[in-house]
Ligand binder design. Structure first.
Ligand code: HEM
Length: 407
């Protein structure tokens, strides 16, 4: 059996697999018109230990470390695609390697990637780094397979597509964007990455657990930042390590979510009909399969906050970074919906991102307000690709309010 890192990556080997990484690599893919996917062979109990004759060309590198050092040093550089380009030139579009302790098959072939994404969950299953699985929890949707994954995916996806939720997201986004932008001054730099994180996180948390801005939200934000730092850390759980701190933060967040679940369960007690779902907790509590335990719901609520701190703000920040470098694109965009782009950084098949519409909606609203209300000059900054995608200096820009009449 082959285990595959289910992602749509580009010329980079971002097997870190958080949606933000998928996003950035997909942006690169968009630019360069190529796709790659990394897969790993699994230690299957039934298969024979001898190497399959169909393994592609490539090198497994050094004992134990394999090609990890070269992979990571390329990832940190400003040409992260070098790792793949070099090997593709030597071995072809699909090649073998050994990264982060595992034999890995890397595909840069669009057809192969499509096949993997569309295939059933029996042939290919996702695989993540150890720190990430520790922090996500064993019942996270990203880590489970089969019927339960499909069930949660379906429930969450349907809720995120509902007109009711889209209207709520639009209202929340408009409010938070206006409030943030009203505070922006023309005599100091605005850090786009911080602003977008603050907005996207609160909007998503509201949709997931109905928490409004306030003291609890601020505490959650702090804990969440600690949590996310551990996702790609050394898998050592000792006091003083990042993973230890991140696990502690997750525990606190789970406590908060479980408190919300308990009070919702009490509200539901005695009623036989399901309540109208206001948030994702309600959606999962209303499920009649009895498979969705409080632990599973709490773990998933925290994990689903990741795109609010990561993928969605990264999308917005990179879009503004791109527009800053490309005035022609900005001219075209001023009053167009950004969701019309035809690149697909949202995966595919059974794992297609259920938050795709939300992400596009949020990014459209932010970008619309930004480009129609401001002119701006961006300070020099660079994209960092590893271990997560971000702007090195948090993208400082100097803004000037546009004359609204002139629009
Ligand atoms: C720019 C923003 C986003 C990008 C680029 C993105 C990308 C992705 C990708 C590529 C996957 C597939 C991972 C795989 O193949 O295993 C995925 C899965 C997922 N995404 Fe997103 N995502 C974004 C925003 C969101 C938002 C706002 C949510 C809302 C909570 C969300 C929730 C999820 C969930 C729950 C899954 C797991 C689906 C499953 O395994 O069944 N994403 N995302």
């Amino acid at each position: 059996m082959l285990m595959v890192l289910r992602t749509t990556t580009s010329t980079t080997l971002w097997w870190l697999l958080l949606p933000s990484l998928l996003l950035i690599s997909s942006l690169l893919l968009f630019k360069k018109g190529r796709r790659s996917i990394i897969s790993r062979s699994s230690p299957s109990s039934t298969s024979s230990p001898s190497p399959s004759p169909t393994l592609p060309l490539g090198s497994l590198g050094w004992p134990l470390v394999g090609e990890t050092i070269e992979f990571v040093s390329c990832a940190y550089s400003d040409r992260p695609e070098t790792f793949i380009n070099k090997r593709r030139a030597l071995y072809g579009k699909v090649f073998k390697s050994h990264i982060f302790g595992n034999p890995t098959i890397v595909s840069t072939d669009a057809e192969v990637i499509k096949f993997i994404l569309q295939s059933d969950a029996k042939s290919f299953v996702p695989s993540y780094p150890k720190s990430l699985t520790e922090l996500m929890g064993k019942s996270s949707i990203l880590l489970i397979n089969g019927g339960l994954q499909r069930r949660i995916h379906g429930l969450v996806g349907a809720f995120f597509k509902s007109p009711h939720l889209k209207a709520q997201i639009t209202r929340d986004m408009e409010k938070l964007v206006r409030e943030s932008m009203a505070k922006w001054r023309e005599d100091e730099a605005i850090f786009i990455q911080d602003e977008t994180k603050n907005i996207a996180f609160q909007v998503l948390v509201k949709a997931l657990i109905s928490l409004d801005p306030g003291e609890e939200m601020e505490l959650l934000k702090k804990q969440f930042q600690e949590f996310i730092l551990g996702l790609m850390s050394l898998p050592i759980k000792l006091p003083g390590t990042q993973l230890y701190r991140s696990l502690r933060a997750k525990k606190e967040m789970v406590k908060l979510v479980r408190k919300l679940i308990r009070s919702k369960r009490e509200e539901m007690n005695g009623t036989t009909t399901s309540i109208v779902s206001k948030d994702v907790i309600d959606v999962l509590l209303n499920d009649s399969s009895n498979q969705l335990t409080d632990e599973l719901i709490a773990d998933n609520m925290i994990d689903m906050m990741i795109p609010g701190e990561d993928s969605v703000p990264v999308l917005m920040t990179l879009a503004i970074n791109y527009l800053s470098d490309c005035p022609a694109a900005l001219k075209q965009l001023t009053d167009k919906d950004v969701s019309n782009n035809n690149f697909t950084p949202f995966g595919g098949g059974q794992r297609l991102c259920p938050g795709v519409d939300l992400a596009r909606l949020e990014a459209s609203i932010f970008l619309h307000h930004f480009v129609t209300q401001f002119r701006w000059v961006a300070e020099e900054d660079t994209i960092v690709n590893f271990p997560t995608v971000r702007m090195k200096r948090r993208m400082p820009v100097w803004v000037k309010r546009r004359d609204q009449q002139a629009l």
